[in-house]
Design a protein around this ligand. Structure first.
Ligand SMILES: Nc1ncnc2c1ncn2[C@@H]1O[C@H](COP(=O)(O)OP(=O)(O)OP(=O)(O)O)[C@@H](O)[C@H]1O
Ligand SMILES: O=C(O)[C@H](O)CO
Length: 490
């Protein structure tokens, strides 16, 4: 129920509805008022954009002149089949939908969509308002390689980077440097129209310039930074000539600015949904259900093995029979920053857990989110959430107290964990023995990154979290439920 609340809070239609206040012939967005005068244009790109566009059209459709959105291949049919008609455009919509980017990779369809979006933006005047809807997956859905780079060349470079283990920050820094529309390019083409971008964030820390590679955020690509990334992944020497040529020249957009002035003043970028929002709503739901919620951080990242260790330590801390040994807090404070959690958040959380332990509250619900990393060594089927859940189950194994406790859940808010049908899994300290009793060797599955096979076989898949298509994505959500300590041993 709490995971459902997290996902519900960041539904594409919900976040758009909450961010746009319609007042007769104007709208208020993030405290800014915009006059509507049949001057509204709409573009969008990302996995959650169809539902965002449907809601935007419901709110402001009477002033909408034209729109183009680039969304994943097959999404309209999928939404239809899953009974999510409210996320589809109405039949006589003014918004053109282009589906593309099969397997999350830029393709000719996505490139066509990008061209149409660029064309629409270029034709706008200072009287126009351009609403830009952005969500995760937007980079692949808006490919506009800077000539003479071809789509294939750009794809090769980004694929090699991703394959070599580059982070989304590094990947999108390079994408921005090779694209006409990323890194503020779209806002540049839309000048002098007013641009308002509504952004559903799928990147830790919600960095505007990196989510979908920041098409509405003017950002300078520093040659040194780009060089450093390409050299780090040993790709510099194998770059195509066209890519070298583009990287070697200053960004023409900022040089040949239409009127030599800074065009970024006409742009408003607003994050309307994020992991923090999802955690906040899950925390509210937890309180309603009688838990005492504490949000650790929406920025959990790094190796899944360290992340599981951190949750194991926090559970140990919360369930200590007496005063927790100081070594636990010391290790928590050492490990936390390595997985993206700040010392302040660790101290605040441990204080809440300690109060819960000593003051006899009911159950506590620790919430966190982010996107840990699994280093793939095996050939199994799984995802980072299922693997994290397995590892946390092992960490909780020899926790003595309390009798029914703690339970851990890890789930991807998009409803899909890696290439599997599950979003994640739910575990506790009994996982190892349960597996052993069913003849499953948990460590074998871990070595082979085979977490989905493991959970599918274990207890007829009962521990799998399978919410189906959620139509949104704000990374992963983690929950650790800590039951109350029995009175007699407090
Ligand atoms: N067998 C496996 N075990 C564990 N993790 C895996 C496995 N196979 C793939 N992954 C992980 O799944 C992720 C890729 O899947 P997915 O496409 O859902 O991720 P993503 O696109 O990064 O996520 P999102 O859609 O949430 O942005 C990578 O983090 C990868 O390491
Ligand atoms: O589209 C992208 O670049 C990623 O999903 C991060 O936003």
């Amino acid at each position: 129920m709490m995971f459902a609340a997290a996902v519900e809070a960041v539904q594409p239609d919900t976040v758009v509805r909450q961010s746009i206040e319609r007042k007769e012939d104007s709208v208020i967005i993030n405290g800014h008022k915009f006059t509507l005068n049949h001057n509204l244009h709409l573009v969008g790109f990302g996995k959650a954009v169809l539902g965002m566009a449907a809601e935007a059209e419901r709110i402001m459709g009477d002033h909408l002149v034209k729109g183009v959105i680039s969304v994943p291949h097959g999404i309209q049919q999928t939404l239809q089949q899953h009974g999510k008609g409210h996320l589809l455009l109405k039949e006589n919509s003014r918004i053109k939908v282009i589906e593309g980017a099969r397997h999350n990779l830029p393709d000719a369809d996505a490139q066509k969509a990008a061209e149409e979006i660029k064309h629409l933006a270029s034709e706008l005047t200072e009287k126009d308002l351009l609403l830009v809807l952005i969500s995760g997956g937007g980079s692949a859905l808006l490919p506009a390689p800077t000539p003479p780079i071809t789509l294939q060349e750009k794809l090769d470079v980004t694929r090699s980077l991703a394959g070599a283990g580059a982070t989304i920050q590094e990947l999108n820094t390079i994408r921005r440097a090779l694209s006409l529309l990323k890194g503020g390019g779209l806002a540049y083409y839309a000048h002098p129209a007013q641009v308002v971008a509504l952004i559903l964030s799928d990147v830790i820390g919600d960095p505007l310039d990196l989510i979908a590679s920041g098409p509405t955020v003017r950002s300078q690509a520093w040659p040194e930074e780009i060089l450093l990334i390409l050299e780090h992944y040993k790709l510099f020497n194998s770059l195509p000539t066209s890519v070298r040529e583009v990287l070697g020249r200053p960004n023409p957009r900022w040089k040949e600015n239409k009127d030599e002035s800074d065009t970024s003043g006409h742009v408003l970028n607003v994050v309307i949904g994020s992991n923090s929002v999802a955690l906040k709503c899950a925390a509210l739901r937890a309180r309603e259900l009688g838990f005492r919620p504490v949000v650790l951080s929406p920025g959990v990242c790094g190796d899944v093995r360290y992340v599981s260790r951190l949750y194991g330590l926090l559970a140990r801390f919360a369930c200590s029979r007496k005063e927790p040994p100081p070594e636990i807090a010391t290790e928590v404070l050492k490990l936390g920053p390595e997985v993206g959690v700040e010392s302040w958040d660790l101290c605040r959380t441990m204080q809440v857990l300690d109060e819960g332990r000593t003051e006899g509250w009911g159950a506590t619900c620790l919430l966190a989110g982010g996107e840990p990393i699994v280093e793939l060594t095996g050939k199994g089927r799984g995802g980072r959430n299922q693997e994290l859940a397995m590892r946390v189950g092992l960490e909780l194994r020899d926790l003595e107290l309390p009798p029914n406790g703690p339970v851990f859940l890890s789930g991807g808010t998009d409803g899909q964990d890696g290439p599997t049908e599950a979003a994640g899994a739910i575990t506790d300290g009994g996982l190892h023995d349960e597996a052993q009793a069913q003849g499953l060797d948990i460590n074998n599955f871990l070595v082979n990154n085979d977490s989905y096979t493991f959970f599918s076989r274990l207890s007829a898949g009962q521990r799998l979290l399978v919410p189906g298509l959620t139509c949104t994505n704000v990374m992963d959500v983690h929950m650790l439920l800590i039951p109350p300590m029995p009175i007699n041993i407090r």
